[in-house]
Design a protein around this ligand. Structure first.
Ligand code: ATP
Length: 202
């Protein structure tokens, strides 16, 4: 899967619809301090399912919505769409219908986030898994924010291991294992309840 276009609308400083074309080879983004370069990287993380406001340099998730300036009112929603070239059909089966995969995340004030893939409603988890399995998830080491290199150098072995697991594309498996363990625990609780009922009836 190859990212081909990032579109922002009302996301942080990008109040008007803005396209970032990601062509073959290296794409560089240059500009003066505060022009929004880091906001682009955050938009990429966000559309892939990032849910930690701190990773967005905010106090709450709604902080990603354009907050207004002296001349422009605040917006009520923010939307980021990521176009992915899927001509090699590398996306998981449920996303693998066409050559182009368009993943959209929209957040509306007081309502929250919703995701779509090729115009169909999908769950946050499906989008997170899609990118985790492709080793490009919101926590991917391929996305390097300011100060992250020194954090990595000073990181404890456990934190470093998490980065290696993400790079190896196995973090999606961990998330699935965690879900399976929760289900197993639920089933064990139900079983012990059944045992109690049987005991009472005996
Ligand atoms: P630097 O080179 O200094 O790191 P940068 O180009 O990476 O800067 P960003 O940090 O991406 O710039 O952008 C910061 C700008 O985004 C600031 O001007 C800030 O006011 C603006 N901004 C952040 N969140 C919002 C928001 N919710 N609404 C409007 N503007 C916002």
């Amino acid at each position: 899967m190859r990212f081909s276009k990032l579109r922002l609308n009302g996301f942080k400083s990008f109040v008007d619809p803005t396209d970032l074309i990601i062509a073959d080879g290296l794409t560089g983004v240059v500009g003066p301090n505060g022009c929004g370069k880091s906001n682009l990287l955050e938009a990429l993380r966000w559309v892939m399912g990032e849910n930690r406001p701190t990773a967005m340099r905010g106090g709450g998730m709604e902080d990603v919505i354009f907050a207004g300036t002296a001349t422009r009112p605040a917006r009520n929603f923010a939307e980021v769409s990521l176009q992915i070239d899927n001509s090699k059909r590398l996306a998981p089966a449920s996303f693998n219908e066409s050559d182009l995969l368009d993943v959209v995340r929209r957040i509306t004030r007081d309502i929250g986030s919703a995701y779509k893939a090729n115009s169909k409603d999908v769950r946050a988890r499906d989008v997170q898994m899609l990118f985790a399995d492709a080793s490009t998830g919101a926590h991917s080491p391929a996305l390097v924010r300011q100060g992250q290199i020194s954090e990595l150098i000073n990181a404890k072995p456990k934190a470093r291991r998490r980065i290696l697991e993400e790079a190896a594309g196995i973090s999606g498996l961990y998330a699935r294992r965690h879900e399976a363990e929760l289900k197993l625990r639920g089933a064990e609780t139900n079983l012990s309840r059944v045992d109690d009922v049987i005991e009472q009836l005996a």
